[in-house]
Design a protein around this ligand. Structure first.
Ligand SMILES: [Zn+2]
Length: 215
């Protein structure tokens, strides 16, 4: 930013401070959160996923999301990518739609973005959120509208929502095979419900058994 622009901005009260890193930010460099806090685009918003609706998020949510991405990226590198492979996936990773990866054996679902054209300190640029399959609440068909060269394009896919998650708990994934993906997840959710019921049943049984034992 040129000095005179900065001064003009200050005079009109247009510069502000990022609530996370404390950087000075003007109108175009910031995003206003729902609780009135401003964060910088360059560093603090850029740490998160494009899926988070920042204008509807509080500072608390953004901080939780940034922790989620930093943790998720580590988990993704460790459990989804081959070591030192420039982003190639491990062989037991299944891909469903664009940017969604699953490790069934570890019951993990990941939303991940990588841009292999951008190198950051010698590593590929990578961001991921990793979720436990047990927290998958819903997976429903949805569309996303985007504007390309002033023309509206509709992307078809699925909207995923997770429970017990701080930060990004809901997102859309473009998926050309959304019908079969939905069947895959519905089956998974049903299996989990069965397991939960079975565990509950077992607990009840052991409680009953305990009571009988006491008598
Ligand atoms: Zn910042």
């Amino acid at each position: 930013m040129k000095n005179n622009e900065k001064m003009r901005g200050d005079k009109q009260g247009m510069t502000n401070v990022c609530a996370i890193c404390g950087a000075q930010i003007n109108l175009v460099q910031r995003v206003k959160l729902i609780d009135g806090n401003y964060i910088c685009l360059k560093k603090c918003k850029n740490m998160g996923m494009p899926d988070l609706n920042y204008t509807h998020a509080s500072l608390e949510t953004v901080l939780a999301h940034n922790r989620q991405v930093s943790e998720g990226t580590k988990l993704f590198t460790q459990y989804f990518l081959k070591e030192g492979s420039m982003g190639r996936l491990q062989k037991n990773v299944v891909t469903k739609g664009k940017n969604l990866y699953i490790r069934e054996d570890m019951e993990l679902i990941a939303l991940a973005y990588s841009d292999y054209k951008t190198f950051y300190f010698g590593k590929q640029f990578l961001k991921a959120c990793v979720y436990s399959m047990a927290n998958l609440e819903r997976c429903e068909p949805d569309i996303s509208r985007i504007c390309v060269d002033e023309q509206e394009r509709i992307k078809k896919g699925l909207r995923y929502s997770f429970r017990n998650v701080e930060g990004l708990s809901e997102f859309f994934v473009e998926d050309s095979k959304r019908k079969s993906t939905k069947e895959y997840f519905d089956k998974l959710i049903a299996t989990q419900k069965c397991n939960k019921q079975k565990n509950f049943h077992d607990t009840v049984q052991s409680d009953v058994a305990g009571d009988i034992f006491k008598i």
